[in-house]
Design a protein around this ligand. Structure first.
Ligand SMILES: [Mg+2]
Length: 129
């Protein structure tokens, strides 16, 4: 079996991973849409989940025009279905638990942030490179 051909269930966290949100605004982390598009192109499934609940996840995805790349939105529940193969989260504890990538907390608008794109690049790199 070729590991690189395995289709992965990739779960993105919302707050401080995909978006920085205040009372007045919600700012999408740079590269978020491109990262999702890369993952989808590579045959992976993209999910968004949040401790804020399924509805909050759905609203965030819609608000930032990510619907096209997202296969599902969920509450952050340990028995979520399909089960995550890896997560992308700013909470190191959860990344230890599920496996995946810990990102720095996106807590201010930073147009130079490339963390999500770098992760997507790693996950979609051709084999033997
Ligand atoms: Mg978070």
């Amino acid at each position: 079996m070729t590991e690189t051909l395995k289709s992965l269930n990739v779960y993105f966290d919302v707050d401080h991973t995909l978006v920085y949100t205040t009372q007045e605004m919600s700012s999408l982390r740079p590269g978020a849409q491109e990262a999702m598009a890369l993952l989808k192109e590579a045959g992976h499934s993209v999910y968004v989940w949040s401790a804020g609940g399924q509805l909050y996840s759905e609203r965030t995805v819609k608000k930032h025009g990510l619907t096209e790349w997202v296969d599902g939105c969920f509450d952050k529940h340990p028995r979520v279905d399909p089960s995550p193969d890896l997560i992308i989260d700013d909470d190191w504890y959860l990344v230890e638990k599920y496996g995946g990538y810990c990102v720095s907390q996106y807590k201010e608008v930073n147009e130079n942030d490339r963390e999500l794109l770098e992760i997507a690049d790693k996950l979609t790199a051709p084999p033997n490179m």
